[in-house]
Design a protein around this ligand. Structure first.
Ligand SMILES: Cc1ncc(COP(=O)(O)O)c(C=O)c1O
Length: 349
């Protein structure tokens, strides 16, 4: 794969963010141990700090969001079992191959604002242990990636959790971008983790750490999860070099997500000024802008190529859809230059 040009405006994902100088410095001086033996002190510090922020008893450092979700499914799950998730969620679309590893069935249910619609959840929950496939876990995604970084508010999360809890089914939140949701709502992160039994948060997306996620939950759940992480080969050794960057991410990079959200709104407004049909009238809540090119002559893949040739990198997000993500390396100037390119290509059509 050719590397993108260093001057390209990279709107493909917030995962492209590089560690800050402060992170690199913290990585170099982190106290280290063996996380598979008696523990790595920096990893433990990160796990405790993340759990504290999320209002959970314990945390577990994992290499990626995907592994955090997989460990959660295995730690909550009982066989035979079914995982219920909203149809557009990352879990049932991008991570569904993991269903084969878990032995569980992943079922996609219709959504309402990014969460499983309550009537659909009510109808699907089956906790009869002699049923063909009793419900093992209910999944939430906040923010919702495929819905353009949509935020689920505490009241909706509480209603969904109440329904699951009444049937004794645990809820897991894929909070790859939970900090974006918290910043958008102006709430502490723990308010969004209050109505979930476990949660994965990613440090390597908008928060700019090079690697890592944290899974948080009760002490018993995390003890079980720790064994499952080992089984999956996810027990890293001097992982404090990575956790040190994660600690800086948690402490210093959360509040600045508001800047990414403001730039996503600026990008959205500029795109609508070029073509009002390109984006929904509602501005993005967080850092993802969705652009519908379906009505123009070129399809999304062609747009992706033409933009790339002009120095703006984006990704397709389904038929006729482009996905633009703002992050720490996208400043006001990058937004203005990207809009110039979009405008010029639109005029060429
Ligand atoms: C909503 C959501 N969940 C999970 C993941 C997976 O995270 P990772 O790439 O760290 O495995 C992503 C990645 O973009 C995501 O957007």
């Amino acid at each position: 794969m050719p590397q993108p040009h260093p001057d390209a405006i990279d709107l493909r994902s917030d995962t492209v963010t590089r560690p800050t100088p402060e992170m690199l410095e913290a990585m170099a001086r982190a106290p280290l141990g063996d996380d598979g033996l008696d523990g790595d002190p920096t990893v433990r510090a990160l796990e405790d700090a993340a759990a504290e922020r999320l209002g959970k008893a314990a945390g577990l450092f994992v290499p990626s969001g995907t592994m955090g979700n997989l460990v959660a499914v295995l730690a909550h799950g009982r066989l035979p079992g079914e995982v219920l998730a909203e149809a557009g969620s990352h879990l049932v679309n991008s991570e569904r191959a993991a269903a084969g590893l878990t032995g569980m069935h992943y079922r996609a249910l219709p959504g309402d604002g990014g969460l499983i619609a309550l009537p659909a959840l009510e109808a699907a929950l089956d906790t009869d242990v002699s049923a063909r496939c009793p419900t093992a876990m209910v999944a939430v995604e906040n923010t919702h990636n495929a819905l353009g970084g949509r935020v689920a508010a505490p009241a909706a999360l509480a209603a969904l959790h109440a329904l699951a809890v009444a049937r004794d089914v645990p809820v897991h939140t894929d909070g790859a971008r939970l900090f974006n949701a918290a910043v958008a709502l102006g709430l502490p992160c723990r308010r969004l983790a209050e109505h979930t039994d476990s949660v994965t948060v990613c440090l390597s997306k908008g928060l700019s750490a090079p690697v890592g996620s944290v899974l948080a939950g009760s002490r018993d759940f995390i003890a079980r999860a720790r064994g499952i992480r080992r089984m999956l080969g996810g027990t890293l050794r001097q992982a404090g070099v990575l956790a040190a960057a994660g600690l800086v991410a948690l402490e210093h990079m959360v509040e600045r997500l508001a800047e990414d959200h403001a730039r996503a709104r600026a990008l959205h407004a500029g795109l609508r000024a070029i073509d009002a049909g390109w984006c929904a009238s509602e501005p993005p809540q967080t850092n993802i802008v969705q652009l519908r090119v379906g009505t123009t002559a070129a399809d999304a893949r062609q747009w992706e190529q033409r933009l790339s040739a002009a120095g703006v990198l984006v990704r397709t997000g389904g038929a006729g859809l482009l996905r633009l993500v703002t992050h720490r390396h996208i400043d006001d100037d990058a937004v203005a230059r990207a809009l110039q390119v979009f405008g010029a290509l639109r005029r060429e059509e």
